[in-house]
Ligand binder design. Structure first.
Ligand code: SF4
Length: 340
Protein backbone atom coordinates (compact mmCIF):
# COMPACT_ATOMS: atom_id res chain seq x y z
CA UNK A 1 0.00 0.00 0.00
CA UNK A 2 1.23 3.44 -0.89
CA UNK A 3 1.61 5.39 2.37
CA UNK A 4 1.36 8.61 0.42
CA UNK A 5 -2.22 7.84 -0.54
CA UNK A 6 -3.87 9.76 2.28
CA UNK A 7 -7.33 8.71 1.04
CA UNK A 8 -6.89 5.45 2.90
CA UNK A 9 -7.27 7.36 6.16
CA UNK A 10 -10.68 8.82 5.50
CA UNK A 11 -13.01 5.97 4.74
CA UNK A 12 -12.28 3.55 7.55
CA UNK A 13 -13.27 3.27 11.17
CA UNK A 14 -10.92 4.18 14.03
CA UNK A 15 -7.57 2.35 14.07
CA UNK A 16 -8.37 0.49 10.86
CA UNK A 17 -4.73 1.02 9.89
CA UNK A 18 -1.72 0.65 12.16
CA UNK A 19 1.59 1.97 10.87
CA UNK A 20 4.60 0.51 12.64
CA UNK A 21 8.15 1.78 12.58
CA UNK A 22 10.40 -1.20 11.91
CA UNK A 23 12.32 -0.39 15.06
CA UNK A 24 9.11 -0.48 17.13
CA UNK A 25 7.85 -3.78 15.83
CA UNK A 26 9.11 -6.04 18.62
CA UNK A 27 8.41 -3.87 21.66
CA UNK A 28 6.02 -5.58 24.15
CA UNK A 29 3.57 -2.67 23.91
CA UNK A 30 3.46 -2.96 20.12
CA UNK A 31 2.60 -6.64 20.41
CA UNK A 32 -0.05 -5.90 23.05
CA UNK A 33 -1.69 -3.22 20.88
CA UNK A 34 -1.70 -5.46 17.82
CA UNK A 35 -3.32 -8.23 19.84
CA UNK A 36 -6.12 -5.80 20.79
CA UNK A 37 -6.66 -4.79 17.16
CA UNK A 38 -6.72 -8.05 15.21
CA UNK A 39 -8.78 -6.56 12.34
CA UNK A 40 -6.44 -3.65 11.61
CA UNK A 41 -4.30 -3.44 8.49
CA UNK A 42 -0.61 -3.35 9.37
CA UNK A 43 1.78 -1.19 7.37
CA UNK A 44 5.50 -1.19 8.13
CA UNK A 45 7.31 2.15 7.83
CA UNK A 46 10.83 3.47 8.39
CA UNK A 47 9.98 6.50 10.49
CA UNK A 48 6.75 7.83 12.00
CA UNK A 49 7.25 11.18 10.31
CA UNK A 50 6.97 9.47 6.91
CA UNK A 51 3.24 9.21 7.69
CA UNK A 52 2.61 11.78 10.40
CA UNK A 53 4.39 14.72 8.79
CA UNK A 54 3.29 14.38 5.20
CA UNK A 55 2.12 17.54 3.44
CA UNK A 56 -1.51 18.41 2.80
CA UNK A 57 -3.18 16.25 5.44
CA UNK A 58 -6.60 17.09 6.85
CA UNK A 59 -6.46 17.07 10.64
CA UNK A 60 -10.23 17.05 11.03
CA UNK A 61 -10.96 14.30 8.57
CA UNK A 62 -8.17 12.11 9.88
CA UNK A 63 -9.15 12.57 13.50
CA UNK A 64 -12.66 11.29 12.71
CA UNK A 65 -11.23 7.92 11.61
CA UNK A 66 -7.94 8.03 13.43
CA UNK A 67 -5.17 5.60 12.57
CA UNK A 68 -2.33 4.56 14.84
CA UNK A 69 1.37 5.02 14.29
CA UNK A 70 3.61 3.02 16.63
CA UNK A 71 7.06 4.49 16.99
CA UNK A 72 10.22 4.68 19.09
CA UNK A 73 10.85 8.11 20.63
CA UNK A 74 14.38 9.43 20.71
CA UNK A 75 15.88 11.96 23.12
CA UNK A 76 14.57 14.32 24.54
CA UNK A 77 11.91 12.57 26.58
CA UNK A 78 11.05 15.48 28.91
CA UNK A 79 10.33 19.12 28.16
CA UNK A 80 10.13 22.19 30.35
CA UNK A 81 6.52 23.20 31.03
CA UNK A 82 5.24 26.07 28.93
CA UNK A 83 4.46 29.47 30.50
CA UNK A 84 1.05 29.06 28.80
CA UNK A 85 0.23 26.39 31.38
CA UNK A 86 -0.23 26.40 35.13
CA UNK A 87 2.74 25.18 37.12
CA UNK A 88 0.76 25.28 40.41
CA UNK A 89 3.78 26.66 42.22
CA UNK A 90 6.07 23.72 41.37
CA UNK A 91 9.64 24.73 40.44
CA UNK A 92 10.63 21.82 38.25
CA UNK A 93 7.59 21.59 36.02
CA UNK A 94 8.13 19.24 33.10
CA UNK A 95 5.89 17.49 30.65
CA UNK A 96 6.33 14.40 28.58
CA UNK A 97 4.63 13.16 25.45
CA UNK A 98 4.34 9.40 25.18
CA UNK A 99 1.60 10.08 22.63
CA UNK A 100 1.37 12.69 19.90
CA UNK A 101 -2.17 13.90 19.33
CA UNK A 102 -5.30 12.95 21.21
CA UNK A 103 -8.07 10.39 20.86
CA UNK A 104 -10.59 13.20 21.39
CA UNK A 105 -10.98 15.91 18.80
CA UNK A 106 -12.03 19.06 20.66
CA UNK A 107 -12.57 21.73 18.07
CA UNK A 108 -10.73 24.37 20.11
CA UNK A 109 -7.65 22.17 20.64
CA UNK A 110 -4.25 23.76 20.02
CA UNK A 111 -3.05 20.43 18.61
CA UNK A 112 -4.85 21.28 15.38
CA UNK A 113 -2.41 24.10 14.92
CA UNK A 114 0.60 22.26 16.31
CA UNK A 115 0.73 18.91 14.53
CA UNK A 116 0.36 18.14 10.83
CA UNK A 117 -1.85 15.07 11.12
CA UNK A 118 -5.01 13.92 12.91
CA UNK A 119 -3.55 10.44 13.42
CA UNK A 120 -2.21 9.21 16.72
CA UNK A 121 1.46 8.46 17.34
CA UNK A 122 2.15 6.13 20.26
CA UNK A 123 5.71 5.88 21.48
CA UNK A 124 6.08 2.32 22.67
CA UNK A 125 9.48 2.66 24.41
CA UNK A 126 8.10 3.91 27.73
CA UNK A 127 11.11 2.49 29.62
CA UNK A 128 13.29 5.17 27.97
CA UNK A 129 10.95 7.86 29.31
CA UNK A 130 11.27 6.32 32.79
CA UNK A 131 15.09 6.33 32.56
CA UNK A 132 15.09 9.99 31.59
CA UNK A 133 12.84 10.92 34.53
CA UNK A 134 15.10 8.91 36.86
CA UNK A 135 18.12 10.92 35.66
CA UNK A 136 16.33 14.18 36.46
CA UNK A 137 15.34 12.84 39.88
CA UNK A 138 19.01 12.29 40.69
CA UNK A 139 19.43 16.07 40.40
CA UNK A 140 16.13 17.57 41.63
CA UNK A 141 12.45 16.84 42.39
CA UNK A 142 10.17 16.69 39.36
CA UNK A 143 6.58 17.70 38.79
CA UNK A 144 5.59 15.88 35.62
CA UNK A 145 2.53 16.42 33.51
CA UNK A 146 1.70 13.23 31.60
CA UNK A 147 -1.31 14.49 29.68
CA UNK A 148 -0.04 17.87 28.65
CA UNK A 149 -0.86 17.51 24.97
CA UNK A 150 -3.08 14.44 24.86
CA UNK A 151 -5.57 12.58 27.02
CA UNK A 152 -3.54 9.64 28.25
CA UNK A 153 -6.27 8.20 30.47
CA UNK A 154 -8.72 8.01 27.57
CA UNK A 155 -6.39 5.42 26.01
CA UNK A 156 -5.89 3.41 29.20
CA UNK A 157 -7.75 0.28 27.99
CA UNK A 158 -5.50 0.13 24.91
CA UNK A 159 -2.14 1.22 26.36
CA UNK A 160 -2.18 0.89 30.15
CA UNK A 161 0.13 3.93 30.40
CA UNK A 162 -1.66 5.35 33.46
CA UNK A 163 -0.96 2.18 35.40
CA UNK A 164 2.65 2.01 34.20
CA UNK A 165 3.35 5.60 35.33
CA UNK A 166 1.48 4.93 38.57
CA UNK A 167 3.87 2.16 39.60
CA UNK A 168 6.98 3.86 38.25
CA UNK A 169 6.29 6.93 40.41
CA UNK A 170 4.68 5.31 43.44
CA UNK A 171 7.87 4.84 45.45
CA UNK A 172 9.70 7.94 44.23
CA UNK A 173 9.08 10.58 46.88
CA UNK A 174 10.46 13.43 44.77
CA UNK A 175 8.28 12.70 41.74
CA UNK A 176 4.77 14.13 41.49
CA UNK A 177 2.75 13.20 38.43
CA UNK A 178 -0.35 14.81 37.01
CA UNK A 179 -2.89 12.99 34.88
CA UNK A 180 -5.41 15.37 33.41
CA UNK A 181 -8.37 13.99 31.52
CA UNK A 182 -11.87 14.35 30.18
CA UNK A 183 -12.33 10.61 30.27
CA UNK A 184 -13.94 8.16 32.66
CA UNK A 185 -11.20 5.52 32.38
CA UNK A 186 -10.47 5.13 36.09
CA UNK A 187 -10.67 1.36 36.45
CA UNK A 188 -6.89 1.01 36.68
CA UNK A 189 -6.98 2.91 39.99
CA UNK A 190 -9.56 0.68 41.60
CA UNK A 191 -7.36 -2.17 42.72
CA UNK A 192 -4.35 0.00 43.71
CA UNK A 193 -3.44 1.77 46.93
CA UNK A 194 -3.98 5.54 46.90
CA UNK A 195 -0.96 7.21 45.29
CA UNK A 196 0.04 10.19 47.46
CA UNK A 197 1.68 12.15 44.62
CA UNK A 198 -0.68 11.39 41.78
CA UNK A 199 -2.71 14.47 40.91
CA UNK A 200 -5.86 13.54 39.07
CA UNK A 201 -7.37 16.45 37.20
CA UNK A 202 -10.56 16.74 35.18
CA UNK A 203 -11.20 19.37 32.55
CA UNK A 204 -14.83 20.37 32.80
CA UNK A 205 -17.07 22.32 30.45
CA UNK A 206 -20.77 23.12 30.30
CA UNK A 207 -22.72 20.38 28.51
CA UNK A 208 -23.56 22.81 25.70
CA UNK A 209 -19.80 23.30 25.10
CA UNK A 210 -19.22 19.53 25.20
CA UNK A 211 -22.03 19.00 22.65
CA UNK A 212 -20.66 21.64 20.31
CA UNK A 213 -16.88 21.66 20.77
CA UNK A 214 -15.87 18.42 22.54
CA UNK A 215 -17.64 15.87 20.37
CA UNK A 216 -16.74 12.34 21.37
CA UNK A 217 -15.66 13.25 24.92
CA UNK A 218 -17.72 12.04 27.91
CA UNK A 219 -20.64 14.15 29.13
CA UNK A 220 -20.34 16.49 32.09
CA UNK A 221 -22.40 14.06 34.19
CA UNK A 222 -20.07 11.16 33.40
CA UNK A 223 -16.99 13.23 34.28
CA UNK A 224 -18.57 14.28 37.59
CA UNK A 225 -19.38 10.65 38.33
CA UNK A 226 -15.74 9.67 37.67
CA UNK A 227 -14.58 12.49 39.97
CA UNK A 228 -16.88 11.30 42.73
CA UNK A 229 -15.59 7.75 42.35
CA UNK A 230 -11.92 8.69 42.72
CA UNK A 231 -12.75 10.94 45.68
CA UNK A 232 -14.39 7.93 47.34
CA UNK A 233 -11.15 6.01 46.68
CA UNK A 234 -9.30 8.65 48.73
CA UNK A 235 -8.02 11.09 46.10
CA UNK A 236 -8.39 14.83 46.12
CA UNK A 237 -9.07 16.13 42.66
CA UNK A 238 -7.89 19.04 40.54
CA UNK A 239 -10.61 20.77 38.52
CA UNK A 240 -9.67 22.60 35.33
CA UNK A 241 -11.95 25.19 33.80
CA UNK A 242 -9.62 25.81 30.94
CA UNK A 243 -10.00 26.91 28.21
CA UNK A 244 -12.96 29.13 29.04
CA UNK A 245 -14.74 30.00 25.81
CA UNK A 246 -16.59 33.16 24.90
CA UNK A 247 -19.95 32.51 23.23
CA UNK A 248 -23.52 33.82 23.55
CA UNK A 249 -24.85 32.71 26.96
CA UNK A 250 -21.40 31.80 28.35
CA UNK A 251 -22.03 33.32 31.77
CA UNK A 252 -25.12 31.26 32.62
CA UNK A 253 -23.67 28.13 31.06
CA UNK A 254 -20.49 28.26 33.19
CA UNK A 255 -22.32 29.23 36.39
CA UNK A 256 -24.81 26.39 36.02
CA UNK A 257 -21.96 23.97 35.36
CA UNK A 258 -20.12 25.07 38.51
CA UNK A 259 -23.32 24.64 40.57
CA UNK A 260 -23.76 21.16 39.14
CA UNK A 261 -20.13 20.21 39.83
CA UNK A 262 -20.24 21.33 43.43
CA UNK A 263 -23.61 19.78 44.15
CA UNK A 264 -22.43 17.23 46.72
CA UNK A 265 -18.68 17.97 46.48
CA UNK A 266 -16.97 19.70 49.37
CA UNK A 267 -14.02 22.04 49.24
CA UNK A 268 -11.66 19.71 51.09
CA UNK A 269 -12.14 17.07 48.37
CA UNK A 270 -10.65 19.46 45.82
CA UNK A 271 -6.87 19.96 45.73
CA UNK A 272 -7.02 23.07 43.53
CA UNK A 273 -8.72 24.62 40.54
CA UNK A 274 -7.18 26.12 37.42
CA UNK A 275 -8.89 28.72 35.27
CA UNK A 276 -7.70 30.04 31.94
CA UNK A 277 -9.33 31.59 28.90
CA UNK A 278 -8.75 30.23 25.39
CA UNK A 279 -5.26 31.03 24.09
CA UNK A 280 -2.90 29.64 21.50
CA UNK A 281 0.57 30.42 20.16
CA UNK A 282 0.06 32.72 17.19
CA UNK A 283 2.11 30.40 14.98
CA UNK A 284 -0.52 27.67 15.43
CA UNK A 285 -3.47 29.89 14.61
CA UNK A 286 -3.16 29.81 10.82
CA UNK A 287 -3.18 26.04 10.57
CA UNK A 288 -5.87 25.86 13.30
CA UNK A 289 -8.13 28.14 11.25
CA UNK A 290 -7.55 26.02 8.15
CA UNK A 291 -8.81 22.92 9.93
CA UNK A 292 -12.00 24.37 11.38
CA UNK A 293 -14.55 27.02 10.71
CA UNK A 294 -16.58 27.77 13.81
CA UNK A 295 -17.13 30.31 16.56
CA UNK A 296 -13.72 29.58 18.07
CA UNK A 297 -11.57 29.58 14.96
CA UNK A 298 -13.19 32.66 13.42
CA UNK A 299 -12.91 34.91 16.49
CA UNK A 300 -10.73 38.02 15.95
CA UNK A 301 -8.10 37.27 18.60
CA UNK A 302 -5.47 39.76 19.63
CA UNK A 303 -1.82 38.75 19.56
CA UNK A 304 0.46 39.72 22.41
CA UNK A 305 3.99 38.39 22.87
CA UNK A 306 3.34 35.68 20.29
CA UNK A 307 0.10 34.46 21.92
CA UNK A 308 -3.32 34.80 20.34
CA UNK A 309 -6.01 35.35 22.97
CA UNK A 310 -9.28 37.13 23.61
CA UNK A 311 -9.05 40.89 23.96
CA UNK A 312 -8.02 41.77 27.49
CA UNK A 313 -11.46 42.96 28.64
CA UNK A 314 -13.15 39.72 27.49
CA UNK A 315 -10.47 37.57 29.08
CA UNK A 316 -10.80 39.41 32.39
CA UNK A 317 -14.57 39.20 32.25
CA UNK A 318 -14.46 35.43 31.62
CA UNK A 319 -11.91 34.71 34.32
CA UNK A 320 -13.25 37.01 37.02
CA UNK A 321 -16.87 35.94 36.52
CA UNK A 322 -15.97 32.27 36.87
CA UNK A 323 -13.58 32.94 39.74
CA UNK A 324 -16.12 34.90 41.77
CA UNK A 325 -18.73 32.19 41.24
CA UNK A 326 -16.24 29.53 42.37
CA UNK A 327 -15.63 31.51 45.55
CA UNK A 328 -19.13 30.48 46.68
CA UNK A 329 -17.72 26.98 47.00
CA UNK A 330 -13.98 27.14 47.55
CA UNK A 331 -11.32 29.24 49.26
CA UNK A 332 -9.33 31.67 47.07
CA UNK A 333 -5.95 30.05 47.86
CA UNK A 334 -7.01 26.97 45.88
CA UNK A 335 -7.81 28.88 42.70
CA UNK A 336 -5.02 29.38 40.14
CA UNK A 337 -5.72 31.73 37.27
CA UNK A 338 -3.69 32.25 34.16
CA UNK A 339 -3.84 35.72 32.65
CA UNK A 340 -2.07 36.51 29.41
S1 SF4 B 1 -8.88 16.40 25.34
FE1 SF4 B 1 -7.39 18.08 25.40
S2 SF4 B 1 -5.66 17.40 24.16
FE2 SF4 B 1 -7.44 16.13 23.66
S3 SF4 B 1 -8.41 17.08 21.88
FE3 SF4 B 1 -9.44 17.85 23.71
S4 SF4 B 1 -8.32 19.73 24.22
FE4 SF4 B 1 -7.02 18.59 22.82
Amino acid sequence: MNIRDSRINYFHSKYSHVYIEKEASQYPLTLKILKSLPQSNIIMIDHYKDVFSRDRQSYDRQSKSQNLILAVKKHPYLYKGSPLCHSFGYDNFFYTSTILNCPYGCSYCFLKGMVPSGNLVIFVNYEDFFSSVAQHLNRHPVYLSLSYDTDLMALEPLLGYGEKWFWFSYEKPNLTIELRTKSTQINFLKSQPVHPRLLLGWTLSPQSVIDTFEKGAPSLKMRIEAIRTVILMGYRVRLCFDPLLYFPGWENAYKEMIDEVFNGLSSNEISDISIGAFRMPKDYLKRFRRSSDDLISSFPYVVKKGIAAYPHEIEIQLIETIRSHLLHYIEPSKIFTLHK
